[in-house]
Write a protein that binds this ligand. Structure first.
Ligand SMILES: Nc1nc2c(c(=O)[nH]1)N[C@H]1C(S)=C(S)[C@@H](COP(=O)(O)O)O[C@H]1N2
Ligand SMILES: [Mo]
Length: 228
């Protein structure tokens, strides 16, 4: 009986260690260093790795119907409930204010890619230039071949949300959305539309490609909002 108790205790210890859990034992506080990122906290107090995710080193190309990767012919249309709709080419987009940010992304299939360096322009910069109407509540990302995704306006204006063309110092590869993709790091990665062609501000929500195919309308990885 005593052996069984010890075996169970040990099994539980190993499970917690694998999950990077902080445990108390013998009156002390220990952080299990199996996978350091699992014990890390974000500035907002949430764990760095959302539940049910595992860390991988490289972004995995997840497919989708590709658009043209050409920077020369690229046009981004910013429109909808705005005072000054506009369309920009690649060079003009860069000139609006380039930032480089270290961000984590989380795919609904269970992988997370941490701390990649993403270069692009903040969505907030584009929204300010367009002059978003007070009645707008959602942002619709529009991409090649009709792919769309929807994000609540308040969340889309967070400083981490961007339109990106470079990762880790290299141009986005075609499979990852070249020339330009959306990046909404704090929602599951399907919200980050690749081969981006437009950004539309709307009053009424418009569930997108995956949101109308059984995925969750909001997609918060920390709430495991995977399915609708
Ligand atoms: N235009 C477009 N964007 C898209 C998709 C798509 O099919 N088409 N797939 C989404 C999904 S489901 C995921 S998980 C991520 C994958 O991005 P990656 O291929 O760069 O890893 O892109 C998202 N953006
Ligand atoms: Mo996905």
């Amino acid at each position: 009986m005593r052996d069984l108790t010890q075996t169970l205790a040990r099994r539980q210890f190993i499970q917690q260690a694998a999950a990077g859990t902080v445990i108390t034992a013998l009156g002390g506080l220990y952080v299990i260093a199996g996978d350091e990122a699992h014990a890390e906290e974000r500035p907002d107090g949430r764990p760095r790795i959302p539940p049910g995710q595992r860390v991988i080193k490289q972004l995995k190309p997840m497919g989708g119907e590709e658009g043209s990767p050409s920077r020369k012919s690229f046009q981004l249309k910013v429109h909808g409930e705005v005072d000054h709709p506009f369309t920009v080419g690649f060079d003009e987009l860069q000139a609006l204010g380039t930032v480089t940010q270290s961000l984590d992304v989380h795919c609904v299939t269970g992988w997370s890619a941490l701390g990649k360096s993403w270069r692009g322009v903040r969505l907030k910069t584009l929204a300010d230039k367009a002059g978003v109407d007070k009645r707008a509540r959602h942002v619709i990302f529009e991409a090649a071949h009709g792919y769309t995704s929807n994000v609540p306006l308040r969340e889309a204006l967070a400083p981490s949300v961007m339109v990106a063309w470079e990762v880790d110092g290299k141009r986005l590869r075609r499979a990852h959305g070249a020339p330009v993709r959306a990046l909404v790091p704090d929602l599951y990665f399907w919200k980050s539309a690749k081969w981006l062609t437009g950004i539309k501000f709307v009053r009424k929500d418009e569930p997108g490609y995956w949101e109308t195919r059984g995925y969750h309308n909001h997609a918060d990885p920390w709430k495991e909002e995977r399915h609708g």
